[in-house]
Design a protein. Structure first.
Length: 201
C-alpha cells in the first residue's frame, strides 16, 4: 500500500510540479532570462527552465538576447549515512543538494554575490521493503530539486533594476563584479562555442 501511495505522489509531482507553487513568485518585470552553465548534467537546467516557463518567464539560449543571465557555477549532490540500527546496518540516510549561482546582466557583469541554494533531507530505510525506500528517496530528491529551484526564483524577486541602483549599492557590488566577471564570461563563451561546433554525421 505504501508503494502505491509513493508512486502516486511521484506521478503527481512529475505531472503538475510547479503549478502547485505561487504563480506570482517571479515578477513579470523580470524580462527575458538566459541560463548559463558549464555543468555536464543538464537535468537541473531543464528543471529551472521548466519552472520559469510555468511562471511565464521567457528563457532564451543566447545571453545577448536576455535581460539577465542566471549563472549556475556548481551543483553538488551527496548522500551520507545518518544513523545505524542495532545490527550495524543503515537505518537512515541524509541527502544534501547545493547549487552555487549568481545573476548577471546582458554583458556578463554580475549583479549579485555568489549565492548557494541548499537543501537537506533525511529518510529512513525499510529493510523489509527496499523498493519502498527507493521510491521514497526518489520522491524526496524531486522535492529537494523543486526547493532548490524555488530558492533561485526567490532570488530573482529581489533582482536590482536594470535602470540603475543607488550609488551605495553599486559600490558594494563592484568587488563581486570584478571577482566573478571572468567566470561568468567563460560560462557564456563556452555555450557560444558549443553552439558553433559543426555536427558530425
Amino acid at each position: 500500500m505504501r508503494n502505491i501511495l509513493l508512486a502516486t505522489m511521484i506521478t503527481l509531482l512529475s505531472g503538475c510540479g510547479w503549478q502547485l507553487r505561487d504563480a506570482q513568485v517571479v515578477p513579470q518585470s523580470i524580462g527575458i532570462l538566459h541560463i548559463a552553465t558549464q555543468l555536464a548534467d543538464r537535468d537541473f537546467v531543464s528543471e529551472l527552465t521548466r519552472a520559469l516557463d510555468v511562471y511565464g518567464v521567457e528563457v532564451v539560449t543566447s545571453a545577448a538576447a536576455a535581460d539577465y543571465s542566471v549563472v549556475i557555477v556548481d551543483f553538488r549532490q551527496n548522500r551520507f549515512v545518518g544513523t545505524l540500527n542495532a545490527s550495524g546496518r543503515v537505518a537512515e540516510y541524509q541527502l544534501n543538494e547545493d547549487v552555487d549561482f549568481l545573476i548577471a546582466n546582458a554583458t556578463g557583469t554580475p549583479l549579485t554575490n555568489l549565492f548557494t541554494a541548499s537543501v537537506e533531507r533525511h529518510y529512513e530505510i525499510e529493510e523489509r521493503d527496499l523498493l519502498s525506500s527507493e521510491n521514497e528517496e526518489r520522491l524526496i530528491k524531486q522535492e529537494m530539486r523543486q526547493e532548490i529551484v524555488r530558492q533561485i526564483l526567490n532570488r530573482l524577486k529581489v533582482l536590482p533594476s536594470q535602470s540603475g541602483t543607488a550609488e551605495g549599492s553599486e559600490a558594494s557590488q563592484q568587488e563581486t563584479a570584478e571577482a566573478t566577471q571572468l567566470e561568468v564570461a567563460e560560462a557564456i563563451q563556452l555555450e557560444a562555442a558549443e553552439a558553433l561546433e559543426p555536427i558530425e554525421n
